[in-house]
Design a protein around this ligand. Sequence first.
Ligand SMILES: *Cc1c(COP(=O)(O)O)cnc(C)c1O
Length: 828
Amino acid sequence: MNAKANAFARQSLSDVKLNKSEIKDTVVRHLHCTLGTDENKANNHAWWKATSAAVQELVLEGLRKTQKTHYLNDTRAVHYFSAEFLMGRLLSNNLHNFGLFEKTNQALNELGVSLSDILEEEPDMALGNGGLGRLAACFIDSLATMELPAIGYGIHYEHGLFRQEIKSGVQIERPDSWRDYGNPWEICRPESIQEVSLYGYVETKYGENGRIQKEWHPGSIVKGVPWDIPVVGYGGNTVNVLRLWQSESSDYFNWDVFNAGGYIDAQRENVQAETISKVLYPNDETEAGKELRLIQQYFFCACSLKDIIRRYKRAHGDDWSRFTDQVVIQLNDTHPAIAIPELMRILVDRAELDWDDAWAICTETFAYTNHTLLPEALERWPARMLEKILPRHLEIIYEINHRFMAEVEKKWPGDNAVKAKLSIIEEGADKMVRMGNLSVIGSFAVNGVAEIHSKLVKQNLFPEFNELWPGKLTNVTNGITPRRWLKACNPKLSSLIDSKIGDDWPTNLSKLEQLAEFADNARFQKQFMQVKQENKQELADEVKALTGIDIDPKAIFDIQIKRLHEYKRQHLNLLHIMTLYRRLLENPDYDMHPRVFLFGAKAAPGYKLAKDIIYAINQVAERINNDKRVNHKLKVVFMPNYRVSLAEKMIPAADVSEQISTAGKEASGTGNMKLALNGAVTIGTLDGANIEIAEEVGDDNIFIFGLTVDEVHALKFKGYNPYDYYYQNKEIKAVLDWLETDYFTPGKPGALASVKQSLLDGGDPYLVLADFEAYCKAQTDLDAAYREPKRWAKMAIMNTAKMGKFTSDRSITDYVERIWKLSSCHVD
Ligand SMILES: *Cc1c(COP(=O)(O)O)cnc(C)c1O
């Protein structure tokens, strides 16, 4: 598959006929005709738009050809349903994927414009929270690159994830307005508008044929307007599409109110409809149980299913027998799980299929990816809320459950405990609908996202489902696209790799293994570390510009970038930093290589302790960075507004990758893969994909520490008391007590006490103190390794060399072969 995709890539790179002067002409034409300005008046923003419009000409030609080819070949396609797509910027990627980056750079240069400057004008498309949304973005990149027929379906949020400002150390959330000045990539498709029903009641009727018929009389109808974002595969042959739905009020419902003189009420109805796609929920892996969120989920699933069925019917009419040959739907977590009862509703109520036939189609259509084991993150909706918003769907869910319970009874006769556990409905004062159980029951395949995570899904989360349907639960380890996360973000390392092993690694990442041959080669080590040094200098300049902090590029750049969550343990990192600070104050000659700790993290606005940890990091950073006694050894930087485009600047400059979650809590992680691919050495726990990264790079090239999943379980079982560690380890006690003084918050003693409190009286649920000593020891070992330049260079090279497994092309190959059963379709 890789080799094939690669052959196409090579062919088309040389096929793209645009030469430098044509690029110049096209960009200038857009400056004149699209933007109504000229070369003298245009600022960087205008140049960015004109250049994007020029590239979009090629994109749209590719899109048209791809859609025609897929239509003529009546291809089976995967439909990737995801409430989040964290796309980042598109211009640089599209240029790279068309093989036009260098030519465009030169063309713009001749026009007196800097490509790297204008790339900075593009707002990130931040329509996602973190790993889950970025995974969806990497997957659609791989699908297009591998010439697989695929469409991404999601929500056209008016506001993506909030923009983070740090004021006096505190996170402030500001609205993200990614479309304020227009988005050159998206295309509105009013010809494909769909209508979606909400609220109302269900009427039971007796049909002509004596069958009971259900009819949903909605109380409200909203319009879904599709916006298409073209997704350019590497090589530029296949251009797939990401279709995002925007909600609008539908005239249908409001006229009654309007005619009755209720103009204001009619307007209110409009506002509500448009609220649906207004804003992305910023809760990373915790549930708010908000009505609007359920409506968002149903809205995009219903629009997408209608879109899929319209396309299917165009080719196959009312014959449903080939539906599952043509359509497979991947559910990215349970957010789109409501699509399961929605498809049943369409098949049973609308197409009038028998329940069993409809259910057979459903359970051959859906596959579900589980992303978390955290109990608070498993989605559950109050049955009463579903009844109000989607009354027919609740009935269907009850029917699915009723029939499923009969299956459970057959397998475990008389066992009410197992029924209570497997039921879609959680009984209680407030009945709840468990979307995870619904997803497993309604899908033909369920996957976790790393080996250990999938094992825990089978053993702990869904053991009975695994017994009932052996083989249904499986693993597909996550991956990242090496086009964005190496080729585009780290041009210097990419050129060095090209010069050593050729330039086909972006579509065949296991070729990087050839670099291992040079891992001991002094000349290559020097070149590799020279690139790292230059990237560190660039990041140092960026840090200075963004925060005013001076950092030394000769120091170790130690980076932890990810959403802020207790399980990810940014506070473990912080306690170690404070420990180093103390050691330096107690002993000015304390022996360590200078180190800069860099953080990037957003906290969900409602997650109090996460915001307290951000405040603590910033306050400790402020104190340390202004303490001349230690600044030759220690600096701490909190980079505001972590997002894809900032990740692309930080990752190439990392020496150390912090992946320190409590074992068993991080499903996979993908930041770990991005950093290792760029030659950062991981310090991490045996959690998520860290385990597989360790297997690939070998024990000598990673710093593994801390409790394993089994040890975590054993310790919790035995009874974990964080005070044991507090009283036994002087450094733990010292740094925790330090947090309570006003040393880091002058005049405000106790301002950081909540962090200490969570680790002691709070019970330290993520075992920070239990892992503290092992972490400090690993950090000391790491410091020693860095001070042997040859050893470190080899480690860094081996990390890049051994990341082949973690290309998202491999993940997609796994899905294609084991779940989707898709064939590629070459576009000429
Ligand atoms: C990759 C990525 C993530 C996921 O990081 P983890 O370390 O796997 O949690 C989150 N946010 C952004 C912007 C990313 O690019």
